[in-house]
Design a protein around this ligand. Structure first.
Ligand SMILES: Cc1cc2nc3c(=O)[nH]c(=O)nc-3n(C[C@H](O)[C@H](O)[C@H](O)COP(=O)(O)O)c2cc1C
Length: 229
């Protein structure tokens, strides 16, 4: 039997995909922030942020962002953004943690801004998946949590456009990202990871992706529509 003991890790970053959130400031300058406290339900995403970050300031100002999903081969680019902020002056706790102000994080990371369709923040060209999004609402979180060391905020955004590069798209079904081709970059505690092998269990694989949304599956191979199971 497994033996457990109680522990008190400072953080509980158990392993989630990294998202590069692009925003635009009041002056019209693009900013880019790596983050990984994000989860999706349908086309809605909730982002957990340090409320003092430039990204939050920009999102609350103009209500827009792009969630750019880096693949694992972009780990070095994301690494160049560690402990950087677009805030000037920067908040005290970031000064203490050795952050530095960077005015152009696209150049700093070696990434290319690319025009979005529906929102003003640019997409990150190198990211295989780019989600244009609009802010729906936000709420302070963990206000009474004695372990929370920063002002924290949850921002709910609605995805308004999905861009996916050909290299991650299914060749079998229209409008699907192929999980065998998509290799997200993960952060687990303070390390980067890529995903491992596909595992055996079959029940999950038998679910029909389109049953979770309004579309019906369209097979590209023979153009026959498949009934949701
Ligand atoms: C891999 C990675 C994951 C991060 N995850 C988060 C996160 O989920 N939430 C957050 O507020 N900051 C996160 N950070 C720290 C932000 O990048 C940091 O607060 C940054 O200064 C924000 O940039 P900005 O001030 O220009 O918006 C993460 C940093 C890295 C490198």
């Amino acid at each position: 039997m497994k033996r457990h003991r109680t522990v008190e890790p400072a953080i509980l970053y158990l392993g989630t995909p990294v998202v590069l959130v692009s925003t635009v400031s009041q002056a019209g300058l693009p900013n880019l922030s790596p983050m990984s406290s994000a989860w999706w339900l349908g086309w809605t995403c909730v982002l957990g942020f340090d409320a003092s970050s430039k990204t939050v300031e920009n999102m609350l100002l103009n209500g827009q962002c792009v969630l750019n999903l880096p693949s694992d081969d972009l780990a070095l680019n994301v690494d160049r953004l560690v402990r950087t902020t677009g805030s000037d002056p920067m908040p005290r706790h970031k000064q203490r943690m050795g952050y530095r102000y960077v005015s152009d994080k696209f150049t700093e990371a070696g990434l290319t801004p690319h025009k979005s369709d529906l929102v003003s923040p640019p997409r990150v060209l190198e990211c295989p998946i780019q989600l244009e999004a609009e802010v729906v609402r936000s709420s302070e979180i963990a206000v009474d949590d004695p372990r929370m060391m920063i002002p924290a905020i949850a921002i709910e955004v609605r995805i308004v456009r999905v861009h996916a590069s050909a290299e991650v798209l299914s060749t079998e079904f229209d409008n699907r990202i192929d999980p065998r081709k998509w290799n997200p970059l993960f952060m687990s505690f303070l390390e980067f990871y890529s995903k491992g092998e596909r595992l055996k269990p079959l029940a999950l694989r038998r679910l029909n992706e389109e049953a979770f949304g309004a579309r019906r599956p369209v097979r590209l191979t023979d153009n026959r529509e498949e009934e949701p199971r």
